[in-house]
Design a binder for this molecule. Structure first.
Ligand SMILES: NC(=O)c1ccc[n+]([C@@H]2O[C@H](COP(=O)([O-])OP(=O)(O)OC[C@H]3O[C@@H](n4cnc5c(N)ncnc54)[C@H](OP(=O)(O)O)[C@@H]3O)[C@@H](O)[C@H]2O)c1
Length: 217
């Protein structure tokens, strides 16, 4: 992987385009792939995320070191997980019943949703991140390193090297990355849990993740 990984985003919606804009501003090579329903995607991306490329799914996977999954929760299965062997995959999705409806298998599953997604391809290096802040916050809240009010974003995943890759990206976007350890610790970041949607400093976020770690142990 080059010093700056190439980033491919599945989902050119609110999160995908906001993230693409920030990544381009931070100097990353970024590609997006959208839904077949988005017939004017090149035009959309040229307006809302100038500098990002539009690719089909296969090309995006081939070109990218890091894949961001930013599709509706119910569409996660349409991402080509079997092709993601060896990729760092950022799961930015949330299970949000008011939008996604109640999915009985997910309600009955004790795993975090990112653990469920990681099981779709055990050879992918899944990191849960970016899911616990609103897309508008991604644009409004970045701050330079060392700013006392800089907001924190967690990275949790079962492989330290993958967490480190994502943490560097988060830092480049203008947030303090907090390493939360294993994917199972990501419960605190999910809707209805303590870190979701809250503006937290790195020490506050680390405390919430530590509490989750203690519960999970
Ligand atoms: N909105 C937020 O502030 C926020 C913040 C953090 C996390 N999230 C989570 O991030 C995910 C995306 O949220 P969003 O608000 O960006 O949703 P969105 O605005 O609906 O955008 C998602 C886009 O992904 C497309 N898509 C579906 N399947 C795809 C595939 N296989 N490949 C490429 N694109 C595909 C969708 O198309 P179709 O409409 O055709 O399905 C839609 O255009 C959700 O899981 C959400 O819970 C949202």
């Amino acid at each position: 992987m080059a010093d700056r990984p190439t980033i491919g985003i599945f989902g050119a919606g609110k999160v995908g385009t906001a993230l693409a804009r920030l990544l381009v501003d931070a100097g990353y090579d970024v590609a997006l792939t959208g839904s077949p329903r988005q017939t004017a995607l090149e035009l959309l991306v040229s307006v809302v995320a100038p500098g990002a490329r539009v690719s089909d799914a296969e090309q995006l996977v081939a070109d990218s070191d890091v894949i961001v999954v930013a599709v509706p929760f119910g569409k996660v299965g349409t991402v080509p997980w079997p092709a993601l062997d060896g990729k760092v995959v950022v799961d930015a999705t949330n299970y949000w019943p008011p939008v996604d409806g109640h999915i009985p298998e997910v309600d009955a599953d004790e795993r975090t949703t990112s653990e469920i997604h990681a099981a779709l391809n055990p050879a992918a290096h899944v990191v849960k991140s970016l899911n616990h802040l609103g897309y508008h916050d991604m644009e409004d809240d970045p701050m330079p390193p060392g700013s006392p009010l800089r907001r924190a974003i967690a990275v949790v995943g079962d492989e330290a090297a993958a967490r480190e890759v994502v943490a560097r990206i988060i830092d480049d976007l203008g947030f303090d990355a907090v390493d939360g350890g294993a994917l199972a610790n990501g419960r605190a970041l999910e809707p209805g849990h303590p870190a979701f949607g809250r503006e937290l400093s790195s020490s506050e976020l680390a405390r919430l993740l530590e509490a989750e770690r203690t519960i999970a142990a």
